[in-house]
Design a binder for this molecule. Structure first.
Ligand SMILES: *[C@@H]1O[C@H](CO)[C@@H](O)[C@H](O)[C@H]1NC(C)=O
Ligand SMILES: *[C@@H]1O[C@H](CO)[C@@H](O)[C@H](O)[C@H]1NC(C)=O
Length: 595
């Protein structure tokens, strides 16, 4: 629905234009790991001292023993660690120790034998004799008196290089290595890579996240891996959820915004002897007029089942049912209804406009524009056509053409507030600030009782960082909305919270605004999304997770769902990290707070 051409366009589009800004201020960029990205930025811009050798991914000892060891270890290959003792040890042939042999050996002898076997394993690895190397490491593991994580991690590296790679074995060995040393970066990265190959994405994300944090975000590859796995995971889950989810109508606000993007039309005249279906259709249209959407949906379905006696009526009914299907993201079903509707009554321009949205949704703007042309042929003076064509052009960033089309729509009917607002926004987007402000001021004057011009003008002011002016506009919009008899649009309330946050870093006030918005409209996605980000900023991870979950439930389209799930999984991986590495939690929390 993201690219639909309807008034939701206004809500969404204009919201987006602010949300670019919103995301910049709150933590990170949209679908890219918010928290991690933010922390990464902070950590890398303020880290003390050079960490040039980190790319080599040194083993565990490095961490504990500090810098002295580094020079020696730098001789090590980039893949395997600890190739000492020196090559001379490799010369001697190592016996194949039996359990009895091992039982007879002293601890010292066993340690020496293990080190020697490992050295041979490393040498074999360097020669790409991976099966041989595996055998040496296996023997080293058997003979060593004290389990060494590096034996397992190195053997895992061999399993990776077998043809085909044995990812399960890699995971098993890295499990062992990490049980012995949970800060072992190479083992973490190896396991993560194997888990990703096995499509065990949640676990892969857990490991990559831990690796990125343990590495203090110095390693770009780790951050990129987190991002890549997050995207795969969120996309996969979104598809699953989306396919199994029951289709339902979006929130009241969304639905009413959609229908509100079309000028009201008189009810169709019923035939002289209306059938029962004809009468039900009329009731459906009346329910629609009263903004009783659920009822209108039931009635229009009933009417079609009962049978409508005249073609224009049938076309109206199919137009309405198709619209509901479209809103429920049943795009194919919507298309079918719209096509039938146009067959019965090609002069119904509204259906042409709506089927244009279907084509946009299906990624075919050329077809969409043909529909607008067709609609104009039937009624060149229908202002809806130009408004919606403007919306499509707006989405395609064709702001000059969009502005022209909004203007044309306004010329035909200047009572429709959204064509004024969208004109102002299009002017703003094409960089003409003065014109945009003038359009807004004219619109404010022409629609003193509408909250929308106040709200969207406020967003523009917010974008300009004119905070007091923005808050004043939002306050006025809230006042108008509160006085209405129809359900309140809480968007200005959310915007006010955002403005207070950006202006004074007043998180508490921002939260209060969003919470109030949610009390009034529990389905307000903007409030949920903003609250989630604010909670994350304060390290209230549990609240943030709850909000991301709610955001996922409210998400209408697959991309929106992917977006919410991305946040959810990114946060969840960090929670898991904090549980597994409690000693790092304080540090992470501190970094998060300083973002
Ligand atoms: C060592 O012994 C094991 C089992 O007894 C056997 O599978 C392996 O091939 C032997 N390796 C060498 C190098 O003799
Ligand atoms: C509207 O947009 C179309 C492009 O689709 C453009 O050709 C036309 O000139 C614009 N203006 C009007 C008034 O239709």
């Amino acid at each position: 629905m993201s690219s639909s051409t309807s008034s939701q366009g206004v809500v969404d589009r204009v919201q987006n234009f602010v949300s670019e800004h919103k995301h910049a201020v709150l933590i990170g960029t949209a679908a890219a790991l918010v928290a991690i990205g933010g922390v990464a930025y902070y950590a890398s811009s303020s880290s003390s001292g050079p960490r040039g050798d980190v790319e080599k991914g040194e083993g565990k000892k490095d961490k504990k023993k500090g810098k002295k060891k580094k020079t020696a270890k730098d001789e090590d290959g980039p893949i395997l660690e600890e190739r000492k003792p020196k090559a001379s040890a490799v010369e001697e042939e190592e016996p194949n120790y039996t359990a009895e042999d091992i039982a007879r050996m002293s601890e010292e002898e066993r340690t020496k034998a293990a080190a020697s076997l490992k050295a041979k394993g490393n040498a074999a690895y360097q020669q790409r004799k991976f099966a041989t190397a595996i055998d040496y490491y296996t023997r080293a593991i058997a003979v060593t008196p004290k389990p060494e994580p590096v034996f397992f991690s190195n053997r895992a590296a061999c399993y990776v290089n077998l043809n085909p790679p044995q990812h399960e074995k890699v995971v098993e060995d890295c499990d062992q290595a990490l049980a012995l040393d949970k800060n072992y970066l190479k083992a973490l990265n190896r396991r993560a890579t194997a888990l990703e190959a096995l499509d065990r994405l949640e676990e892969a994300l857990r490991d990559f996240t831990a690796a990125a944090i343990l590495d203090k975000f110095q390693n770009m590859a780790a951050a990129e891996s987190v991002e890549r796995v997050l995207k795969k995971l969120a996309t996969k889950k979104a598809q699953e959820i989306y396919a199994s989810r029951e289709k339902r109508l979006p929130s009241y606000m969304f639905t009413s915004a959609y229908f509100g993007a079309f000028r009201p039309r008189p009810l169709p005249e019923l035939p002289e002897n209306p059938s029962q279906g004809d009468q039900t259709l009329r009731m459906a249209l009346e329910a629609l007029g009263a903004s009783d959407y659920a009822h209108a949906f039931t009635l229009v379905n009933e009417a079609i089942e009962q049978g409508i006696s005249w073609d224009a009526g049938k076309a109206e009914a199919l137009n309405l049912r198709g619209t509901f299907k479209f809103l429920m993201t049943d795009i194919d079903g919507a298309k079918e209804d719209f096509l039938k509707s146009l067959e019965l009554d090609p002069s119904l321009t509204q259906t042409w406009v709506k089927i244009a949205s279907v084509w946009m949704e299906q990624g075919d703007p050329k077809k969409a524009f043909e529909c607008f042309d067709e609609a104009i042929k039937h009624n060149p003076n229908d202002p809806d056509i130009y408004y919606h064509r403007g919306q499509v052009l707006f989405i395609m960033n064709e702001f000059a053409d969009a502005a022209e089309n909004y203007t044309k729509s306004t010329e035909l009917d200047d009572k429709f507030v959204f064509s004024h607002i969208q004109l102002a926004v299009a002017q703003y987007k094409s960089g003409d600030l003065a014109k945009s402000m003038a359009t807004f001021r004219r619109t404010l004057k022409a629609f003193p009782d509408r909250s929308e011009p106040q709200n969207y003008y406020g967003e523009l002011l917010l974008d300009q960082q004119r905070y007091p002016d923005a808050v004043e506009k939002f306050d006025r919009a809230i006042e108008i909305e509160r006085a209405k008899s129809t359900p309140m649009n809480v968007l200005p309330l959310v915007n006010k919270g955002l403005a207070l946050f950006q202006w004074k870093q007043d998180i508490e006030a921002a939260e209060k605004c969003c919470q109030e918005a949610l009390e009034i409209d529990p389905e307000c996605e903007a409030a949920v999304a903003t609250l989630a980000q604010l909670s994350l900023q304060q390290g209230k991870i549990d609240v943030a997770l709850k909000m991301f979950d709610r955001q996922a439930q409210l998400a209408r389209s697959e991309p929106e769902l992917v977006n919410a799930l991305t946040y959810q999984y990114a946060t969840d991986a960090q929670v898991k990290f904090m549980q597994a590495y409690p000693e790092m939690a304080a540090q992470l929390g501190q970094m998060a707070r300083m973002m």
